[in-house]
Design a protein. Structure first.
Length: 149
């Protein structure tokens, strides 16, 4: 029985409002990339509102978009992020989002069968920003295995 799923949370500050023509490439890719995540091996869940994405969820400010999902393993998330067609959208992020002076991604092991809250994710992002990678807040470079409990 799976006891933990990998939770990931990332944030990005938009260069322009979503309805600006400069963001059209991002908007055009959003549904396709979200659908790709949903059929990717190891995908479990992603944050979305009633529109089918998370662009309307803005607890960190009007210009900050967030993304949160659950995966069966670090390897599954890594394959989706860097080896699927998502990699092309990821490579184009500088066209739509401001460069980040701080960490904008955090991962942690979350109990299977439960959904993390945005507030929990915000706390973990702040943890990795303040203290660097650790057991409860890590990244791809410093990925940790799931707890043995």
């Amino acid at each position: 029985m799976v006891k933990y799923h990998l939770a990931q949370f990332n944030v990005a500050t938009m260069r322009h409002p979503l309805d600006d023509p400069e963001m059209q490439g991002f908007i055009d890719a959003l549904d396709r990339i979200n659908q790709l995540a949903g059929v990717s091996p190891g995908f479990v869940w992603r944050l979305q509102d009633n529109t089918g994405d998370s662009t309307g969820i803005r607890p960190m400010g009007a210009t900050i978009l967030l993304n949160m999902s659950l995966w069966k393993s670090v390897e599954a998330l890594h394959a989706y992020t860097y080896k699927s067609d998502h990699r092309f959208v990821f490579a184009a992020r500088k066209d739509w989002f401001e460069p980040s002076a701080t960490r904008d991604l955090v991962m942690w092991w979350h109990p299977a069968g439960t959904i993390p809250t945005v507030e929990e994710a915000r706390v973990r992002l702040e943890q990795i920003r303040l203290f660097g990678p650790c057991e409860g807040a890590f990244n791809f470079k410093h990925a940790l295995p799931p707890p043995r409990t």
